[in-house]
Design a protein around this ligand. Sequence first.
Ligand SMILES: [Zn+2]
Length: 347
Amino acid sequence: MASFSSLTTLIQIADLYFDDGNIVVFVDRDLEATAVFRLHKSILASQSAVFADLFSLPAPSKDTVESNEMYDGVPVVRMHDNAKDIEGLFRALYCPSSILFKRRHPDTPLKVKGLLALTTKYQVDRLRETIISQVRADWPSSIFEWDVLEEEAGQLQDEILQEALQNGLEPWQSRAADDYLPEPASAIRLAYEASIPEIIPAAFYQLSRTEPSQDYDRWRALSNDDPFHEAHCDWIDGARTARWSMLVQEDLLSLARGKEKLQRFAEEIHRSMLPVVTCCRMGCLDVWKDVPQPVRKDLLRDLKEFCSETRYPGKGMCGACRQEINRRAKRLRGDLWGRLGEFFGEE
Ligand SMILES: [Zn+2]
């Protein structure tokens, strides 16, 4: 059979074509072009057990090496992976800083997906761990980190609006904080496909407070001709979106079940906020009786209000009762955070 690449244009990838390289790799980009890399066996083999095996084989493997094929005086290995992803893999092996992604960028899961799959296939373990640790760092792993992210997101939206005003733009013409914060649907898909379970609780919780109408791509395609479109108003308020169409059926089922469990938890809260208290002040007893039920779709945020000394219901109480209700709310928030994985996990 004629070599596929003999019919295509060979394109040397300049920054990954080393004159002293001792192995040439061909990867077809499409029917017309083949990317050509000239690399060092020792560098590839030192990072990947699979490459090490491949290069130590006495006979060419049927899968990847065509016998006696030479290019520029060097043996050729033919790989059949996605050309862009394999280029990313080689670049990462030679230049590790090429895989430093912008912190919390909504596109990170899309960018790393193919590369991560290759690190698994070729057992490039260190690189895989480096990429995964970046993905993990984008999502809070504790209630404390969640609160920090929430705080930063709020400040970010204020700064964006401030900048728009300084540049003479209307608020709805400005960018949204959503452009700088992690997007949950692509993260959930990546978490399942690349085994990063640690980010699932936070990503699902973020998804649970996003409406299906708040769609990442649709909102970005909105015409600026209609400044009164409701999405623009939500944008200005710091609304968040998700790439809803990326989710598979199991994700939607997990989301629905998780939301049901959150609802039940919210109903339980009212009961656990209302233990028997002994306080001499009638005012306190009235407030204890009427501790409001969290009603919003964001239970962690609702409970945060209960943790505040200066907001209702703590506001109207004596010092001892206020401290008690704040303490109970903090404990409930911690419990809730700890159970998110169970709420949104598989049955
Ligand atoms: Zn009291």
